[in-house]
Design a protein around this ligand. Structure first.
Ligand SMILES: [Zn+2]
Ligand SMILES: [Zn+2]
Length: 634
């Protein structure tokens, strides 16, 4: 952008301020140096000025800054839009036309992107400038974190350290451009609290303009079930669906499961129907950044001669599927050139084709469902992760739009320990280094074992992958559990040691034994939690320790809870109507622990046992297994 243009677009006060600050220097040799820094004492008469006081994102950013600045320093700054060049102020602007090099850093020549920001101490105060509403809000949170030491830990716990009045605010400037365009730590802590999601710089769950809205990129998910539903076409046109061993499907009651269907990807009518449906979806949706054209959640890909021919040439069932996706993408491009057509590279379609390439407007959402939960993706000793490393590298060679869907919990049991804490940071860094543009990290949708801690590590690292995961873990434990932290840490170490001493490898499913865990770890864990509880300095910390202890309690009842969960799942996903029976040894061993376990889950509002069953659904089936009447309790 030319400077004249950008000055014309500025609010007059900001423009005047810039002219004042940079006018002499702008046309000379050097950019204006920033103010060294400020102290609290020097800010006593400051006010706050916004480039657009009518904008909800400005209002939110300002309110958050005011609130936490006051909590840290005891000092309040009030808004004053009449601030002039003679006064000092916190200047908040979301005009991306303020090139950062003018303000401080001559090496940063690109304008700010919508989520980028730049803040700096300046002779006339403190600037926080974002490239858009989210950039502005993020700039405020970043300043609060980096300079004041504020930490957003969980929805109901923000740590604000007290500020000493003589201390200088430092560092005095920072420019940041987040490397990921799409960021989603899929934990209950984020999904159920848009304010906390905004504070953690998630950009996928909040619609509120005051929180800066969300990215136009949606999650690529299973969509053929809606775009070519069996219910609509199946009985008349079974040839539109997968042929396996010469047979087309029959008696399908659910497109996704048991066994589900996939479209015959090379059939011209299938391509026409899906393309027309996608064009209609695009007409109805307000300006999406992408749209899903993606396989159902089953393995029934078409093996008809036509699909097989392509898949054989391309050495992957992604061959015929990508042909279909490219076909839709070509049509989408004629009317919506900026919209990406996204498809999952998942399970049978994970390997990229040998020759065929995705069109430039195709987005690949690569899913790591086979990867190991206890070894990092970079760990060459782990047999589960080798081929995923090849796939991400190979997709990166042929696509500029690789996003990753990764899995960070045990979907069969959210409540027993998932021994992945130590690999989260390493995996995020590996994925970003491989050029991915977005990360969906699927944890438990609702509450889970150590959900607060894991979300903290994930959310902060997908925002800034250069952070140190170990440091984040220690920071969270120290601030959230206070004096009890050493014993929580000992419990986490116990879980990790037990998982690592087990020789097997396991992905995001399985029972406790599959992950090297058993009731002996639960029993040792309960002892550690007892000691942690004894050190808790107040009721708040007691509650946090008690909530964390649910994962040890869960190991004591896993032998009955797991089968009950699987029964709920199979009754939902298949037509299973068989009665539920429990092994008598497991029944007896788990019985003394059930009452406390269920009490704690309810007290701490843990709604689900795993991906396909709520706590209360599992309790009903458990009663069946123990022969309890519906009115009886454990
Ligand atoms: Zn086919
Ligand atoms: Zn492994």
């Amino acid at each position: 952008m030319f400077l004249n243009d950008f000055f014309l677009r500025l609010n007059p006060v900001m423009a005047a301020l810039l002219t004042w600050t940079v006018g002499v220097h702008l046309w000379g040799q050097a950019p204006q140096p920033v103010q060294e820094s400020w102290t609290l004492d020097s800010m006593k008469d400051w006010s706050i000025w916004m480039s657009d006081p009518t904008d909800p994102a400005h209002a939110h950013a300002t309110k958050e800054w005011q609130q936490f600045f006051k909590a840290a320093t005891g000092q309040s700054l009030t808004m004053d839009q009449s601030s002039s060049l003679e006064s000092h102020a916190l200047w908040i602007s979301d005009d991306p036309g303020l090139p950062p090099q003018i303000l401080s850093n001559p090496n940063q020549n690109e304008p700010l992107g919508a989520e980028d920001y730049h803040w700096m101490a300046h002779q006339r105060g403190l600037f926080i400038q974002g490239g858009g509403p989210r950039g502005l809000i993020y700039g405020v949170y970043d300043w609060l974190e980096v300079v004041l030491g504020v930490r957003f830990l969980t929805p109901d716990h923000t740590h604000v350290p007290a500020w000493e009045s003589h201390k200088r605010f430092y560092p005095n400037s920072r420019l940041y451009r987040p490397p990921l365009r799409f960021r989603w730590s899929y934990f209950g802590e984020i999904s159920e609290d848009p304010l906390f999601a905004t504070r953690m710089r998630t950009n996928t769950v909040q619609n509120e303009p005051g929180y800066g809205g969300k990215t136009s990129i949606g999650l690529i998910n299973h969509t053929f079930g809606q775009q070519i539903p069996w219910k609509e076409y199946g009985s008349q046109h079974p040839e539109y669906y997968n042929e396996i061993e010469g047979q087309r499907p029959r008696d399908i009651w659910n497109d996704q499961y048991d066994p589900g269907v996939q479209p015959c990807a090379t059939h011209p009518e299938v391509r026409r129907i899906i393309t027309e449906k996608v064009m209609r979806q695009l007409e109805e949706q307000p300006l999406p950044g992408n749209i899903s054209v993606s396989q159902n959640d089953n393995e029934q890909y078409c093996r008809c001669p036509s699909c097989q021919k392509v898949d054989h040439q391309e050495r992957t069932p992604m061959g015929s599927l990508l042909g279909l996706v490219n076909h839709v993408a070509a049509e989408v491009e004629t009317k919506y050139p900026d919209v990406l057509v996204g498809t999952l590279a998942y399970a049978y379609s994970r390997r990229p084709p040998q020759n065929l390439q995705p069109r430039s407007n195709v987005q690949i959402q690569l899913a790591s469902i086979e990867c190991c939960q206890k070894h990092a993706m970079t760990d060459t000793r782990c047999p589960l992760n080798t081929s995923f490393r090849d796939d991400i590298r190979d997709w990166g060679r042929i696509s500029d739009h690789v996003y990753v869907w990764t899995y960070v919990t045990n979907f069969h049991d959210y409540l027993i320990p998932c021994p992945n804490l130590q690999i989260l940071g390493e995996n995020i860094r590996f994925l970003v280094q491989n050029g991915v543009k977005g990360l969906f990290m699927q944890g438990p949708a609702a509450g889970s074992e150590m959900g607060g801690l894991k979300n903290y590590v994930i959310s902060r690292m997908i925002w800034d992958p250069s952070l140190d995961a170990q440091h984040l873990i220690q920071e969270f434990l120290r601030l959230h559990y206070a004096d009890s932290a050493p014993f929580i840490q000992a419990y986490l170490a116990l879980v990790e040691a037990s998982a690592l001493s087990y020789e097997g490898h396991r992905n995001c499913f399985g029972n406790a034994a599959d992950h090297g865990l058993d009731p002996s770890v639960g029993a040792a864990g309960l002892k550690l939690f007892k000691r942690a509880m004894a050190l808790a300095p107040n009721e708040t910390i007691e509650n946090r320790v008690e909530k964390a202890s649910i994962s040890a309690h869960a190991l004591m009842v896993e032998s009955v809870l797991g089968p009950a969960f699987q029964k709920v799942r199979s009754r939902k996903k298949t037509r299973d109507q068989t009665p539920f029976e429990l092994d008598s040894t497991f029944k007896e061993a788990a019985r003394p622990y059930l009452s406390t376990f269920l009490h704690l889950c309810r007290k701490h509002e843990i709604p689900r046992v795993g991906e396909w069953a709520s706590l209360e659904e599992v309790v009903e089936v458990l009663k069946e297994g123990y022969g309890l009447k519906p009115t009886e309790t454990f």
